[in-house]
Design a protein around this ligand. Structure first.
Ligand code: UDX
Length: 448
């Protein structure tokens, strides 16, 4: 099929390359000329495992092209929207400027029978509003939220857990929505089944619903994940008060299949381009709907999350002898999570910036995110070399659980470089007993 993807960031670039890899003819559109130049020459503009190979294959096969000109997408029949919906400046709501602009630009090329499939995370009600904007074009709009995780984006796009499509539904005889797809909605769902044929063929659940449900599925999933992380981080706070070990607690409750161990990793909490802004946008939208109380707990989820960053700073101060001023602190990690170079709302960098603010000589290292981190926070010192970061450090803090730090780095090797053997494990990813056995003072998050 001929597809276009408007917006070539973390979501859109991966979607375009992944769709080309399963046999479609895809054009990626973005207003950023530099990004389009990079993508066109097979260079991934950000770190994402497997993306580079997929780009190269798609370009070589002639199935994948990129352009800044929306007119080049005119031959496509399905147009995905993968632009960002960042948090508004000075508010909690999502900024829909880019989504609106994407629909307006698509309006100039839409043909009868075309499909617009929105993938961006949007406040509930957006799809219905956008559908009115394309009325008269003969095209149909559906909402097809994306659940990919950075670091696993290619796999998550090609082999998703589920596919969700919000389509236009018909009104019943009393004028209220029936929840049943209109003929146009059914046709749209069938087209998307064809787009995602390989995943559909392997039995991936394909859920056809109305716009509002599809939009809510996405924010509800992210709100649930954020709540799960903050729940275990709240238990970490309690554990700290009584000398309990939150990692053992998580293992023990995680054995209950109704709870499950995943996303019960206590530490410095969640960040990134999705969870923080999505729970805030959800709260803001619920307030607008007069249902703010229903998701009032998300404010607490956010607050718990932010408190853990402060706790990590306290521990780093304690580890460096009670005062961080003038102390060299090696900060291992800058990305908001491993396998990513994304530093948007990164708890790792936030901790580094706060320590710098206390007068520490912070040296940050990361296998992928240093360039991005340096651009955002030029006041910090950076090094690509882990040994350099560790050399003569008064304290070490692990804030992103890259394999380089949790598996490859040994307490013996680190001990041979640092000035003082004190380590804060901001992700509870080190073997505390092994580090202690080498003479390190070990500080975990919610651990004795
Ligand atoms: C998230 C959702 O997982 C994904 O489905 C959605 O499409 C986009 O948002 P992502 O932002 O890539 O994906 O990261 P995710 O793996 O969810 O991690 C989010 C944050 O939570 C990271 O900062 C991570 O370090 C943190 N986290 C995760 C924890 O602190 N503890 C955990 O147990 C798991």
């Amino acid at each position: 099929m001929r597809l276009s993807v408007v917006g070539c960031g973390y979501l859109g670039a991966v979607h375009a390359a992944a769709m080309a890899s399963i046999g479609h003819e895809v054009i990626g559109i973005d207003v950023d000329e530099r990004k389009i130049e990079q993508l066109s020459s097979g260079v991934a503009p950000f770190f994402e495992p497997d993306l580079q190979e997929l780009l190269a294959d798609g370009l070589a096969a002639g199935r994948l092209t990129f352009s800044t000109d929306i007119a080049d997408a005119a031959a496509a029949t399905v147009h995905f929207i993968g632009v960002g919906t960042p948090q508004q400046k000075g508010g909690y709501a999502a900024d829909l400027t880019y989504v609106d602009a994407a629909v307006d630009s698509l309006r100039t090329i839409l043909k009868p029978g075309d499909l617009i499939a929105g993938k961006s995370t949007v406040p509930v009600g957006t799809a219905a509003r956008l559908a009115t904007r394309i009325e008269g074009s003969g095209a149909t709009l559906v909402w097809n939220p994306e659940f990919l995780r950075e670091g696993w984006a290619v796999k998550d796009t090609i082999e998703p857990d589920r596919l969700v499509v919000g389509v236009p539904v018909s009104d019943g005889i009393d004028g209220t929505a029936t929840g049943e797809a209109t003929a146009g909605g059914q046709r749209a769902a069938d087209i998307l089944r064809e787009v995602y044929a390989p995943a559909v063929a392997t039995g991936t659940p394909f859920i056809v619903t109305d716009y509002a449900t599809a939009e809510l599925v996405k924010v509800a999933a992210n709100a649930f994940l954020a709540t799960k992380i903050s729940f275990i981080n709240a238990m970490a706070e309690i554990s700290e008060a009584v000398g309990a070990d939150v990692t053992q607690l998580a293992d023990a409750i995680g054995h209950d299949v109704r709870i499950g161990r995943r996303f019960l990793g206590a530490g410095i909490g969640f960040g990134g381009g999705c969870l923080p802004k999505d729970i805030r946008a959800f709260s803001a939208r619920a307030e607008e709907l007069g249902k703010g109380d229903a998701v009032g707990f998300l404010r607490e989820v956010d607050a718990i999350n932010l408190r853990r960053r402060e706790r990590a700073v306290e521990l780093a101060v304690e580890a460096s002898g009670g005062n961080a001023f003038g102390k060299k602190i090696a900060v291992l990690g800058a990305a908001f999570k491993p396998h990513s170079d994304d530093i948007r709302d990164s708890p790792a960098l936030d901790v580094a910036v706060r320590l710098h603010g206390l007068g520490a000589q912070v040296v940050v290292t990361d296998p992928a995110a240093i360039d991005n981190a340096r651009r955002a926070h030029p006041q910090l010192a950076y090094t690509d070399d882990l040994d350099d970061a560790l050399r003569a450090a008064d304290a070490v803090i692990v804030v992103t659980e890259w394999d380089e730090y949790r598996r490859v780095l040994t307490p013996q090797h680190a001990g041979s470089l640092v000035g003082a053997k004190a380590v804060v494990d901001g992700r509870n990813c080190l073997d505390a007993a092994a580090w202690r056995a080498e003479g390190w003072r070990y500080f975990g998050m919610g651990r004795p």
